[in-house]
Design a protein around this ligand. Structure first.
Ligand SMILES: [Zn+2]
Length: 372
């Protein structure tokens, strides 16, 4: 494990050792695994396994390996159970293959047996694949802890043909999660927050977070047009890189702030709680911009992009019937008092959060009539 003693003068930047992206990249997986360990333990999303089973059998023919299905929630029990099986198999490398939860449960398995880790995301819906952190939940979908591999994945393998075959909503959620990195990094720095290495930020992280934002704004619409088609175009490749590589590097090396903090309240709000994480974050960005006092033109410009690609701009667009003062207060209190990692600083008290949510709701209350 790396030394995590805070030292204001020593700044740390982390990243995966190798990143592979393109149509057919999965074909490289056996050779990549062989370079890292002797016996890979593959934790594969149960639905994804149905799609790739024959390909995996062919790719790993004659190579020692074990495959386990995953379905469900990232709980301590499940991670312990998978770790027991991986240990019994003698695995020295864990591969997670699927969406964010599959990658996180596989990371937890790798931590428990002290193995190296390889990410194979099959959707671009979140920032987990390149990151060392994983979110642990209870059986009721409540986040209970954040664990860390202590190092980034040895490799991230993104087969964009697979990713482009997934329903478009996954890419959309990933855009919501990724577009926040620039604003959250700036927020974290402004409030003296640390990055995921428990140090102050190097400039590189800010450049990456900015590049993530610019890539999404430049290619977002075209990428969404290709999402779900199974045929990745250049815009799709660009946004997948932003959603997975730039977003992961951006948040771990910059830190998180209000947009992610707000999810602690949103996951406890009926009708809103089950919306994808990336939709929560997209909404949280608009609240953060309101809290920061950004200009109306700036917020309306970003919200216009949301509307064009289908991201929610308000609690009502997230599924709430009516954003009553009680609901706003409950979200704000949960956000302001929630336990945070050292690299998540909310920076605003509950009153300021209520005001920012009210302003956002007023601005985008009438989703049908809003021209933004
Ligand atoms: Zn996120």
């Amino acid at each position: 494990m790396p030394d995590t003693r805070p030292d204001p003068d020593i700044r740390v930047f982390g990243s995966p050792h190798r990143y592979y992206q393109g149509p057919g990249a999965l074909d490289r997986l056996p050779a990549i695994c062989a370079d890292i360990g002797r016996l890979p333990f593959l934790v594969v999303d149960a639905d994804v396994r149905k799609l790739v089973e024959s390909r995996l059998v062919e790719l790993f023919a004659g190579r020692p390996h074990q495959v386990a299905d995953f379905r469900g929630e990232v709980t301590v029990n499940l991670m312990d159970e998978l770790a027991g099986r991986a240990r019994a198999a003698g695995a020295d490398l864990v591969v997670g293959m699927g969406g964010g939860k599959t990658l996180d449960v596989a990371k937890g398995c790798a931590i428990r047996i002290g193995a190296r880790f390889v990410s194979v995301p099959t959707v671009a819906s979140n920032d987990s694949p390149a990151a060392s952190a994983l979110a642990v939940y209870d059986e009721h979908h409540r986040m209970v802890a954040v664990e860390s591999l202590g190092r980034n994945p040895e490799a991230v393998v993104v087969d964009t043909q697979l990713v482009a075959g997934a329903p478009a909503q996954f890419l959309l959620a990933g855009i919501g999660d990724a577009i926040a990195k620039k604003f959250e990094g700036e927020g974290s720095q402004a409030f003296g927050g640390l990055n995921a290495h428990y140090t102050r930020q190097l400039r590189t992280g800010a450049y990456i977070a900015n590049g993530c934002y610019e890539t999404i704004r430049a290619f977002g619409e075209q990428a969404m047009a290709a999402a779900g088609s199974g045929v990745p175009n250049e815009a799709f490749e660009a946004v997948v890189e932003a959603n997975i590589l730039m977003a992961g590097l951006g948040f771990e090396n910059m830190g998180l702030s209000l947009a992610h903090g707000l999810t602690r309240g949103l996951v406890r709000t009926p009708h809103v709680d089950r919306a994808p994480h990336g939709y929560h974050i997209a909404y949280g960005v608009l609240v953060q911009l309101a809290a920061e006092g950004r200009s109306d033109a700036y917020i309306v410009d970003l919200a216009g992009f949301y509307k064009r690609i289908g991201l929610p701009r308000s609690l009502t667009e997230l599924g709430l019937d009516e954003a009553t003062p009680d609901v706003l207060r409950a979200i704000a209190e949960n956000t302001a008092v929630a336990p945070k990692g050292a690299y998540l600083v909310v920076g605003y008290d509950a009153d300021a959060l209520v005001a920012a949510m009210e302003a956002t709701e007023m601005r985008f209350r009438n989703s049908a009539g809003e021209s933004a």
